[in-house]
Design a protein around this ligand. Structure first.
Ligand SMILES: NC(=O)c1ccc[n+]([C@@H]2O[C@H](COP(=O)([O-])OP(=O)(O)OC[C@H]3O[C@@H](n4cnc5c(N)ncnc54)[C@H](OP(=O)(O)O)[C@@H]3O)[C@@H](O)[C@H]2O)c1
Length: 316
């Protein structure tokens, strides 16, 4: 359903590098039952955005508008929406992977993808949090059942997922070991990492031991080698969801668990994240902000794989 009102969005006609992204004017959609139309104020940019831009991934051939993170203001509600009213500030992750489209002035969201934006958190930080925080929450809490006093190893602890995973783990009173290059170790300590490991100088599989939970953000052989640092009964949750069965076979042989997961939109998880953010326990580090029209630049920056924290698009 659409109206004759238009909006700006970042789209692409072909797969390729950041240069394929372009600003287009498209009809503004209308919310269906149990959906809301959100006026986007800020939207995080994630590796899945640049992977889909380049390779199509789950979405196949363009045209499409990327973006799963959103923070903004409810513009219009569909029939039956009781949680929100026009004017409410909300944030959330659109259903992954097929609910994309937040790199635009407006986006449609199922009502349960959203939570009220905590009043003390601005749109930039709120728009940075949802996808990475839900990923970390689902990995550490749902799949790994991380508990107080347990030892957790977070790979790429300075990255988007890693830096929120560290904070979620600390909020659960875990002991956190985090990998990053040496120049980022002060940052790691600042967000709560107890033991930073320089992955460029040290083989983590040799240096780290007796871990209850590993959050693997790298995949492949890295996920496999992470199994070796676990205590009996421990778990590696890998967020690189594709790979060989060797990961599961090796886990069975070692008496540990191996999980591969994709983040999933989740109302309850968003409420937990909103509560952590409101309490000050969870705060996004912003690596850079870009006007919507400069989405290609945000993709270029993110595509280096070296950012600390999150990149965010701002929509006026
Ligand atoms: N399954 C899912 O649902 C799901 C959800 C979210 C993300 N992901 C995937 O998870 C991965 C990470 O996402 P992200 O948002 O955290 O990425 P990101 O923000 O782009 O990660 C950047 C960080 O990775 C670090 N890094 C790179 N290689 C490393 C290595 N070998 N060891 C330790 N740190 C390393 C960099 O630190 P240095 O500069 O120190 O190298 C940098 O700080 C991506 O592949 C993404 O697609 C999957």
């Amino acid at each position: 359903m659409s109206t004759d009102i238009t909006m700006r969005a970042i789209s692409q006609d072909v797969l390729g590098g950041p240069e394929v992204l372009k600003e287009v004017t498209v009809p503004r959609p209308s919310p269906r039952p149990n959906e809301v139309l959100v006026r986007v104020r800020a939207a995080g940019v994630n590796p899945t955005d640049w992977k889909h831009r380049e390779m199509g991934g789950f979405l196949g051939e363009p045209p499409f508008v990327l973006g799963w993170d959103v923070s903004g203001v409810v513009e219009e509600t569909g029939i039956g929406v009781a949680h929100f009213r026009p004017g409410d500030e909300v944030f959330g992750m659109l259903p992954y992977p097929f609910g994309h489209g937040s790199h635009a002035e407006y986006v449609i969201a199922p009502v349960r993808a959203l939570a009220p934006k905590p009043a003390g958190i601005d749109h930039v930080r709120a728009g940075a949090l949802p996808l990475v925080s839900l990923t970390a929450w689902q990995a550490l809490v749902e799949h790994a059942d991380l508990r107080a006093g347990q030892r957790v190893l977070v790979h790429a602890a300075a990255g988007g997922v890693g830096h929120v995973a560290v904070q979620i783990a600390k909020a659960r009173d875990a002991h956190v070991i985090g990998t990053a290059s040496a120049g980022k170790h002060d940052f790691l300590r600042g967000i709560g990492v107890d033991e930073p490991v320089d992955y460029r100088e040290t083989d983590f599989a040799e240096a780290v031991k007796d871990v209850d939970v590993v959050l693997d953000t790298i995949g492949g052989d890295h996920a496999l080698r992470s199994l070796r640092v676990l205590r009996p009964g421990g778990v590696v949750v890998s967020i690189l969801p594709v790979g060989t069965d060797e990961f599961y076979e090796e886990a069975e042989r070692l008496g540990v668990r191996a999980v591969r997961m994709l983040v999933d939109a989740d109302h309850t998880g968003m409420q937990e994240i909103a509560a952590l953010a409101a309490s000050g326990a969870l705060r996004a580090t912003i690596a850079g902000t870009f006007p919507l029209a400069d989405a290609a630049e945000a993709h270029r920056r993110g595509g280096t794989g070296r950012t600390t924290g999150k990149l965010v698009l701002l929509v006026d």
